[in-house]
Structure formats: C-alpha cells, structure tokens
Design a protein around this ligand. Sequence first.
Ligand code: PGA
Length: 248
Amino acid sequence: MRKKFVAGNWKMHGNLATNDDLLQSVRAGVAGLAVEVAVCTPYPYLDQARKVLEGSNVAWGAQDVSEHVQGAYTGEVSAMMLGDFGCRYVIVGHSERRSYYGDTDAVVAAKFEAAMKAGLIPIFCVGETLDEREKNVTADVVTRQLDAVIARCGIASLAKAVVAYEPVWAIGTGRTASPEQAQEVHALIRDRVAREDAGVAAGLQILYGGSMKPGNAKELMAQTDIDGGLIGGAALVAADFIAICAAA
Ligand code: PGA
C-alpha cells in the first residue's frame, strides 16, 4: 500500500512574517496525521523552513535546482546547496519552468539526475497543455516527458522519486481535472513505468496537481493511482493545506 503524500508548492509567494505563521500552523495542523507532508518554499526561506519544521513530520524542499554541480552559473542553486539546508525534496520540470524558463525535457532530466546524485528526492512534474489535450496528444506528451528521465537516469531512479501529473490547463485556473481524467493519466504513467519494472511502478507515488482544494481532494485521492497532491494556491492558506492533508 503506497503512502499518501501531500506537497505544497509556494511558488513566488510569502515573506518572513507570513511564512512563519504558515509554517507554524502547518507543523501543528498535520502533527499526528498518517500522511507524508512537505512544503517547497522559495530558496531564501529554506533556512526559515528548516528552523520551524525540524523535528516535525513536515519535510521541506525547493522548487527548482541547477543541473550543474557547481561553477560559473550566475543565479543558479545546486542540489548540494539544497542539501546543506536540509531539503529532502526538490520539484523538477514544473510546467512554469518548462514554459517560462525554457526547461526542455533534456534539461529536466539533467536536473532530476543532479537532485538524485545529491540525495534529494525529485518531485518530477509532467503534464499536457490545453492545446495538447484538445489535440488528443496527452498520452504522447506525458510519455515523452517521462521517457526523457528514464533514458537518462534509468528506471530504477524512479524508485527514489515522486512523479506529479499536473495538467497545465488546471494549474492556478480553478479548473480541476475530473477524478476520472486524472486517474486515466495516472494509470498511463504507472503502466509506462511497469513496462520497464513492475516493482518500481507498484511503489511509485504519483501526485495530482492543478487546483486541488479541500473540496475536491478526497475524491481525487480516492482514485486507485492518485497517491497525493502537489498543491499550489491552496498551500498558501494553512487551513486549506491542512484540510487537504487530512483528506489524504
Ligand atoms: P495550483 O498549482 O494548485 O495553484 O493549481 C499547482 C502547481 O502548480 O503545483
């Protein structure tokens, strides 16, 4: 039985004062829940997250990472640096990185590898745009994104990673994939992995992300292949995030 996992993606939100409230509330609100929980904060607040969350059942992580180990890459942050701040997770391949910052499948695979080599758990995002869904190429897109990581890092690497299916048209739009639509793609992801390694597929946590809220979390996470959520907007409201964790 796979454990449920709920991860918050704060994106570029927050400040020292509001973060403190949010982190303290989440720490207290999910204590004792039988669910894995993490928050992915902006880089400058990782130390704050560590200070507030250390010793709790909430892990923390970052929202992106450099594919390079070190060097002349102004503005970049390495996986080893994230490790220095106690990060357990890092999001790679979020659609906002793919679409605004040019992260290609190859770059995402390199970031995935860099994270793994530093001992971090990648939360590896895949998902189609609205245009791709309407053209009926969702399966092709998601398979292509997955295959880039499998080709570079090997199927066994997915035993130490988390996959997040985030249909781009559902992110921050209030438009959630129906439980059936999400389940269909989650099953496709698990089947793709199972073709290479049934054991890895059976243990793989596949999160759904895209306007998950307290009101729809339970129904989504009740699907056979939905093992939790990657939460954007609702992760900024302590009560909502805690309610989603409780639903898991
Ligand atoms: P959302 O974002 O929950 O605000 O749709 C999810 C994400 O982008 O990870």
